[in-house]
Write a protein that binds this ligand. Sequence first.
Ligand code: BEZ
Ligand code: FE
Length: 323
Amino acid sequence: MGQMIPDLAATSRATTTKIKPNGTSNGINTAGKKCQHDPTFTQKVIAATGPNANPRLAQIFPSLVRHLHDFAREVNLTVGEWSAAVDFLNDCGKMSSDRRNETQLLCDILGLESLVDEITSKQLATSTTQTPSAILGPFYRSDAPFLPNGTSIVQGLSPSVSWYEKALEDSAFLSGKVLSTDGKPIENAVVDVWHTAPNGLYEQQDSDQPEMNFRGRFRTDQQGRYALYALRPVPYPIPDDGPAGRLLGLLDRHPNRPGHIHFIVSAEGHRALTTQLYDSRDRWVDDDAVFAVKDELVVRFEPREGDPGARWELGYDFILGRC
Ligand code: BEZ
Ligand code: FE
């Protein structure tokens, strides 16, 4: 990443000799038709980049332009369609704020956040035994309270809340270790955890929930152990009342994510791990609206005996790579 390109002009010259005139193969588009377009056009746009361009941008922009132009030629994009896409992107921007990121949501339903997460984690991985990462999602809050090991992230549980029975049914004890890739336990690692209420809403989406409900940070003990009470997660629809939801509708797609618990696990000398665990009971595990599920992150909760605080339990060890 961030490779320096000291001589952009040289890069442009080199690229000129490599690419086909209009980004297609010998001027034939994928439909097998001879191209009617100016065969020098794409290269003209690429070559407009100046010698003082940002180096990383200068490296990746030619590829972006080639793919974009190829796409437009391949599908014979019309002005009307392009204009609708511009309006759509503008709508995503207008709907975005510090409480909602519609453009990120668009990337999620395109699978782009998951793909970029995969590319980045593979690039930074120092071992194949590390726990796989998964996307952060838009509902993280960085300032969840630190709680003692063995306590609960469930607040406001009383018979008056609509999801009371479901919360009792799904009460769960989560425990495990945070380990280095050499198998050594990591003391003082931070396990930052969050999930939705049984109504499928994160606390910031739901004015009926207490501040920081279903969120907490736990520190591992000398043996690298963490433990907490939470709930088995439920599926929920990603926000689909904006442009991203409109696109899902046009594509005849559903907005559902399988039930999952989010984690950020961090420790000194190790790369922080952002990930999610998916409950195997969930039907959307094989059909996630944002394509984030990885097999290694699908977990099975087991019945828990003799604990009035939990009907289910899950043991899961997180393995962190070194920096
Ligand atoms: C989430 O897991 O919280 C999430 C991820 C992508 C889009 C919306 C929500
Ligand atoms: Fe989530």
